[in-house]
Every structure is written in structure tokens, then in C-alpha cells.
Design a protein around this ligand. Structure first.
Ligand code: C5P
Length: 222
């Protein structure tokens, strides 16, 4: 009972996009399907962790074994849910594609078209959930994702250092890779090493990622 590489650990996984409302019928979103994060949540649960899955707006069933799911819409809601869930967690995997900006004002009524005139939306910066967690007194082991179209390694390693992460999983998106694709490849970076995980299904990739997270967690946190 209770075996597995993550047995006895609480793991929080964020997944999916965020939607930032413009008015009651429009929003700014992104093309994250949530499938990678959901696969990570399932793999972590299979490895024995008590998993809380914080999900952006996706229409995916809760994976087998996941103890708790919190559905959110905006980055602000995701941040609140993650901070709450991460309070007693040992590991946070930020697989969500969090919107970097939100409309500064959310219109209460549907915006009307003004024919012949351009519309300017003022955007406010969203909080960075991973950086917020990293700045806390005793942060959990932090795993980020970096979806890049160019110079994947350089951006990922920079992000690892800048956001004070313990590990980052980088992939190249665009051209059928990453976001809406069924399979994926990842390169993992941590402060003193890296590992390529070859292209395979998101489920298999998630299991390999979870193995490495467990190994790195045990190496640095005992
Ligand atoms: O900087 P970038 O958005 O590429 O970083 C990606 C990583 O940072 C992901 O793990 C994502 O979940 C996390 N992130 C976050 N809060 C944001 C933006 C990104 O936690 N506002």
C-alpha cells in the first residue's frame, strides 16, 4: 500500500489555458489543450502522490486517481487556487499556459462595434504564478514548462534561473508540435543537468517526466 516514486507527497498540477474576459461574451485565450498537464496529474497520481489538479477552461475528464480538481478561468483565479493548494504541497508542476496579460477593464456589457474605427484594448500584466510561489519563504519543488518556437534551450535555461525553478520541461511548439498535438517531446533542465525525453504520447512522456521529478525531488529535498 502506498508504493510509488511519489508516495506520501502532495503534488499540485496546473493545466490548460486561462481565459481573460473582455466583456460578457469575449475573452483572450490561448491554444493550450490541457492534455499535457492532465497527463502529468494522472502520472503523478499513479506514482502515489495526492494530486490537486488546477484546471483552466478545458473539457477534459478528471484523470484516474486525481484526488481533487479545481476549475478556474482567469490567471488571477488560477493563482489563488494554486497558492491555496500549494500551501501544504511538496511539488508544484506548472503546466498551465497562463495568459501574460488581461484586459485592464472587463466591460459589464457587450462591447458594441464602432464602424470605421479601430478598437484599442489596454492590457494589464498578470501575476506570474511560478515566480510568486518561488518568492515564498518555503516554496515547494517547482517544475515549469517552457513552450517556445525558437531557441528552446537558451530560453528554457534562462527561465529556470530567472524564475528560480528546480526543473523546467521545454518543448518546441508550432508546426504540429506541442499545444494541440497528441504527442510531444521534452527536454528537461535542472540547475546542474539536463535530459532529453524523446517524442512519444503525452501519457508516456508524463510518466517519464514524473520519474525524473521524483528523482530530482529526492536528490535535493531528501
Ligand atoms: O514565461 P513563460 O510563460 O513561457 O513560462 C512558462 C512557465 O511559467 C509555465 O510553467 C507556466 O505555467 C508558468 N507561468 C506562470 N504564470 C504566468 C506565466 C507563466 O506560472 N503568469
Amino acid at each position: 500500500f502506498g508504493g510509488g516514486a511519489l508516495a506520501g507527497l502532495k503534488v499540485v498540477v496546473s493545466a490548460g489555458p486561462t481565459y481573460e474576459d473582455i466583456d460578457p461574451v469575449r475573452f483572450i485565450g490561448n491554444r493550450s489543450s490541457g492534455r499535457m498537464g492532465f497527463a502529468v496529474a494522472e502520472a503523478a497520481a499513479a506514482a502515489g502522490a495526492a494530486v490537486t489538479l488546477v484546471a483552466g477552461p478545458v473539457s477534459l475528464p478528471t484523470p484516474a486517481g486525481v484526488a481533487r480538481r479545481v476549475d478556474v478561468r482567469s490567471a488571477a483565479q488560477m493563482q489563488a487556487a494554486v497558492l491555496e493548494a500549494a500551501r501544504d504541497a511538496q511539488i508544484y508542476v506548472g503546466a498551465a499556459a497562463v495568459g501574460d496579460y488581461r484586459p485592464q477593464q472587463v466591460a459589464e456589457r457587450k462591447l458594441k462595434k464602432q464602424a470605421g474605427a479601430d478598437l484599442v484594448l489596454q492590457l494589464a500584466e498578470n501575476p506570474d504564478i511560478l515566480a510568486t510561489l518561488a518568492a515564498q519563504p518555503a516554496p515547494p519543488f517547482l517544475v515549469g514548462f517552457a513552450a517556445e518556437t525558437h531557441e528552446v534551450a537558451a530560453y528554457a535555461q534562462d527561465k529556470l534561473r530567472r524564475k528560480k525553478l528546480d526543473m523546467i520541461a521545454a518543448n518546441e511548439v508550432g508546426g504540429g508540435r506541442g499545444f494541440e498535438a497528441g504527442d510531444n517531446a521534452l527536454t528537461l533542465y535542472w540547475p546542474d543537468g539536463s535530459l532529453e525525453l524523446a517524442r512519444t504520447s503525452k501519457a508516456a512522456l508524463a510518466r517519464r517526466l514524473v520519474e525524473q521529478v521524483a528523482a530530482r525531488y529526492r536528490a535535493v529535498r531528501g
